[in-house]
Design a protein around this ligand. Sequence first.
Ligand code: NAD
Length: 270
Amino acid sequence: MKILDGKKVAEIESLKLKNIVSSLPKKPSLAIIQVGNLEESNKYINNKIKKANELGITTQHIKFDENIKENEIINYINQINPKYDGIIVQLPLPSSLNKKRILDSIDPSKDVDCCNSINLSKFYNDDNPLFIPATARAIKILLDFYEIDIKNKKILVIGESDLVGKPTKKLLSYFSSHVDSTNKKIGISHANNYDVLIVAAGSPKLIKKNNVKNQAIIIDVGITIQDNKMYGDVDFEDVKDIVQAISPVPGGVGPLTVICLMKNLVEKLL
Ligand code: NAD
């Protein structure tokens, strides 16, 4: 069984990116907007700030009270659109706010998270999108690093969210003609027919041995934090003896996703 070591790949990508950043005439800048004070969001944002600073990217973290009015956030984004190279809005937003209106107020050329309607439409309908959603990109980079050729493989993406499942299915469909996806309603009873499982359900230890084909390759995207411990969507101990390769949690897709966000930011400045 091979471990698909996302942390190691992230370190390699990080070095490459650091060199590119140091050759730029000015430091790239990233604004991170947060509404409210969710503990998981705080953690993700701290990770992004830490990684950005390591790479030589300047960051500004703007934190709004959860009772802020939608229009105030939109006005603020309109104001800062010209000032930063990249702007991200940390999700989830409080349910009282219209997520789409807020994300659509980011200038598409600054939307490094690839979340606004124009960029999503380009990603799904255009061969030459401005950005690739970071998690999908991270998954592809991990597969490429370990020279996993998916061309003739049957792939199942477990999860169909706008953030992870859907863009991953779309991206992998460029490289394999057999990519399916499933959701909570359809279930996973057929998962053991697939050569590759990309699991992004947000359900800790969902995938057991009986859901996995012998010698399958698994990318575990899930991140659930319980009692200060991080869990993936795959029961690693249960499946480890029958898989060909698996990405662990922590240390799999997560560290690479942050790098891909920074790649999106830096590459458009070249
Ligand atoms: P989400 O809740 O928006 O979507 C989950 C999807 O999985 C839905 O389509 C749902 O129908 C499906 N699903 C849930 N249970 C299922 C089941 N039993 N069988 C089949 N499908 C099922 O979540 P999301 O934003 O897509 O995130 C998914 C997971 O990935 C979470 O754990 C999240 O923390 C993690 N995540 C990781 C990274 C990373 O970089 N590693 C990035 C983003 C999200």
